[in-house]
Design a protein. Structure first.
Length: 592
């Protein structure tokens, strides 16, 4: 569910704490160590989820008469609950039991369960050897909830749909936080069949609702990974105990739908793996008695052309236009001479210099407050020599530095060469602002890993980048991750693990060429404005402003303060060149 940008901008919410599976297991263990019973917790979870399911269903029906829920027809709602063999499945069995008690028509589909224990239903209920999942199953079976093994279904036997499985509400209780690897064949088949049955129910009733218990099955809670794009496509995820990191990064947002929390356990001291951000810091108004020099000078070094190629002048244009859109006072672009005309046509406010004029560029590095280097910079040997020279000059002059794109390419090569500039940068970044902004491909190169390895655990990847190179990092992608360096940390700050932030704004329309150059520009533009407080010019602020600008372009119609501004474009066809206008608008909206 998309939240309109206006509410994202204006809501006064705290960042949401996000946890890994292991941490949620640890919370459960803490709770049980205090003497609380695990099956009671499962019953509590299932009971609350049942109430949510009933409410969501009737809300969706939008047919509440005099406070009493009713349906257009007399038939009770039908629910199809797909359960696996673990405790997520246990939740599913109990939901089946409670919904049946509420009068719903319940059908349980089991996957990976060999023998349904339908005899001596309550025989060993208190025995420690009986797992919670089996207890739950026995309760549901004893209450005559009807069930069917997926393995015996028409899907598996005859590769056909089974009409029995069609329902008004589908509950996914196949896997929860226990899923940690690629699905085995029967689960893969079950999840694909689940999505297929839902799709055909949509065409029949248009009301079918999919609710995932804890996390959509197929999605790994600790990483946001979905293997081979097979996962339950949920409308609503009822997230138990604590919000899972994987719901908000990588594949998570494509599968989870709306996420509702069911906390169950009141308090935990466990530090989250990340914090989800939806809201940018408000900006203070400018002093009237100020001039362009009050808001910094950005030097963009990029937009090169290797002989015979078309070149990458657009990267420098997009980055500089975006930096200016955040309110930077002055702009110089060091790009290939071939692009000076184009640059001045689109951005007459900028000054230009030839990227290869080493003496001139180094003089400008001295003048500038922020250097953003690498966007369309080129990867050849000449560019590498320039990169080293400009980096060293920027460090000698004590400037804030943003490194992106080809700059990151050179940094990775220099790490392989064991060049001293990498160590210098690491040391430099403990005292000066250095922001590095890779996507997964660039991060993979920096870490000498495959892209798949980075994608498998993005959280680990961003931490490794920061450990090796120092500085503040954003790992771009759906649910971009941000890890910021604390400058000159106290001993306490040094010992404390830094927070990773997840960007909770932005949209898939932003998956297009040049968007990274825009982010580098925003990052540099904010850094230049020393009238802003540290948080207001931080890397996470830049990522949020960038994402919010993308949202303004896509969801503009739902933003009240946009009434007189025509920025709406929509997701498909959104271009990086549309961003500067939206960035300006966001800067205005967040100024208090
Ligand atoms: N504890 C409590 O009291 C409460 C728990 N709660 C609920 O429990 C859920 C966690 O339950 P869970 O630990 O049993 O794991 P679950 O997600 O059901 O998976 C089952 C097993 O599948 C396996 N497996 C993994 N990957 C696989 C693969 N690719 N293909 C095939 N098999 C695979 C793996 O076992 P393995 O094979 O590794 O031994 C795993 O253990 C949690 O999300 C919440 O819903 C709530 O009720 C609150 C109270
Ligand atoms: K699930």
């Amino acid at each position: 569910m998309h939240i309109p940008p206006s509410s994202r901008l204006l809501q006064n919410t705290k960042p949401v704490a996000l946890y890994s599976s292991q941490q949620v297991y640890a919370m459960e263990q803490e709770w049980f160590a205090q003497g609380y019973d695990s099956f009671a917790l499962m019953q509590q979870a299932a009971w609350q989820m049942t109430q949510h399911i009933i409410n969501i269903y009737y809300q969706k029906q939008s047919c509440i008469a005099n406070g009493v829920a009713c349906r257009h027809d007399d038939r009770q709602p039908r629910v199809s609950i797909w359960v696996g063999s673990g405790n997520n499945g246990g939740d599913g069995w109990l939901i089946a039991h409670y919904l049946q008690q509420a009068g719903w028509q319940v059908q349980v589909i089991t996957v990976g369960i060999e023998n349904i224990e339908n005899s001596n239903a309550f025989a060993d209920m208190d025995s420690a050897v009986v797992s919670d999942a089996i207890k739950a199953q026995r309760m549901a079976v004893a209450a005559y909830c009807s069930y069917q093994r997926f393995e015996d279904s028409e899907f598996v036997l005859h590769n056909q749909e089974n009409r029995l499985m069609q329902a008004d509400v589908y509950v996914d209780a196949l896997f929860g936080i226990g899923l940690d690897r690629a699905l085995t064949s029967i689960y893969k088949q079950a999840i694909q069949s689940f999505n297929q049955v839902v799709k055909s129910s949509h065409t029949l009733s248009k009301h079918a609702l999919v609710i995932a218990v804890d996390i959509p099955s197929g999605l790994v809670a600790s990483t946001g990974q979905v293997f081979e794009q097979v996962a339950i496509q949920a409308d609503v995820t009822l997230c138990l105990i604590a919000r899972k990191f994987g719901l908000h990064t990588k594949d998570g947002m494509d599968y989870a739908g709306e996420v509702l929390d069911i906390p169950l356990i009141p308090y935990t001291k466990i530090k989250p793996v990340a914090l989800l951000l939806n809201r940018a810091h408000g900006l203070s108004v400018r002093r009237q008695n100020s001039y362009k020099g009050s808001y910094g000078h950005v030097l963009i070094i990029g937009g090169n052309r290797i002989d015979g190629s078309q070149g990458m002048g657009g990267a420098a244009i997009l980055a500089s236009a975006s930096a200016m859109a955040t309110g930077a006072g002055k702009m110089t672009v060091a790009c290939h001479q071939a692009f000076h005309g184009a640059l001045l046509t689109s951005l007459p406010d900028a000054m230009t210099i030839d990227l290869h004029d080493q003496k001139g560029v180094k003089h400008l590095i001295k003048e500038a407050s922020v250097i953003a280097i690498g966007m369309g910079f080129g990867r050849d040997e000449t560019a590498k020599v320039l990169f080293i020279d400009y980096m060293q000059a920027a460090m000698t002059e004590g400037k804030s530095i943003v490194i992106d794109a080809d700059g990151l390419y050179h940094l990775a090569s220099l790490q392989i060469d064991k060049h001293s500039v990498v160590g210098q940068l690491r040391e430099y970044s403990t005292k000066h602002k250095v922001c590095l902004t890779p996507h997964s491909g660039e991060a993979a190169r920096l870490l000498d890993k495959s892209v798949a390895e980075v994608e498998m655990d993005r959280l680990a990847a961003i931490k490794q980048c920061a450990d090796i190179y120092g500085g503040s990092w954003v790992l771009k992608g759906a649910g971009s991750l941000i890890l910021e360096q604390v400058l000159e940390p106290t001993l306490e700050q040094e010992l404390e693990e830094r927070h990773v932030y997840v960007c909770g704004v932005g949209n898939a329309g932003m998956a297009t060429a040049g968007m990274g150059d825009v982010l580098s520009g925003v990052t540099a533009g904010l850094l230049a404005q020393q009238d802003l407080a540290d948080d207001q010019r931080s890397l996470r602020q830049a990522v949020l402003i960038h994402g919010l600008a993308g949202d303004v372009l896509v969801h503009q119609q739902s933003c009240p303060s946009n009434k007189n501004v025509s920025l709406f474009i929509g997701e498909r066809g959104l271009q990086a060149q549309d961003m500067p206008a939206a960035i300006r608008h966001v800067m205005h909206l967040i100024t208090i």
